[in-house]
Design a protein around this ligand. Structure first.
Ligand code: SF4
Length: 162
């Protein structure tokens, strides 16, 4: 049946990005799918943001949990909505053995996601909102970004941990 592994839904080719596009990963679909049974999830879609949608971004200062707001309209604050669906997902997916994430996303990015000051200037970097929920509730769950699977060492490290 394969090892159950969560994956950002856009990497499976699902057209769930803010602009209606996807980020289909050939490596995941043509190589990893031989041993993994993927369970796709898009936290932004689950939070009811719809497709297409206003792009969102992280806003805050170092040392504090960033808020997640509209990139064009900062009065659109989806912090609580995203946290809620992320926690629900985690509660229903304790059987997962790993999670493959889309880099750079304010929801799914594992690390190095840009956080902005309220005035729009870049501030620092953090993980995406969904990743915070994964780490909080499933601290042992192996996480990796699909983009880093190009690196044989990182790839083997992830595959042996799941
Ligand atoms: Fe959805 Fe995450 Fe992909 Fe963004 S990166 S489209 S939130 S699955």
């Amino acid at each position: 049946e394969g090892i159950p592994v969560g994956i950002s839904a856009c990497l499976m080719g699902e057209p769930v990005r803010y602009n209606g596009g996807h980020k289909r990963s050939r490596y995941c679909l043509e190589v990893l799918q031989a041993c993994f049974r993927f369970e796709p999830f898009c936290p932004e879609l689950a939070a009811g943001l719809g497709v297409p949608r206003e792009p969102i971004r992280l806003v805050g200062v170092p040392g504090e949990a960033p808020r997640v707001v509209g990139a064009r309209d900062p009065s659109l604050d989806v912090t609580e909505a995203l946290a809620e669906v992320s926690e629900e997902f985690v509660a229903r997916h304790r059987h997962l053995r790993g999670f493959i994430l889309m880099k750079g996303s304010p929801s799914c990015g594992l690390a190095r996601v840009k956080v902005y000051h309220a005035n729009g200037m870049p501030s620092h970097a953090d993980s995406g909102a969904f990743v915070h929920a994964l780490r909080r509730h499933l601290p042992e769950l192996p996480l990796e970004e699909e983009a880093r699977m190009n690196d044989a060492v990182l790839r083997e490290n992830f595959i042996t941990r799941v």
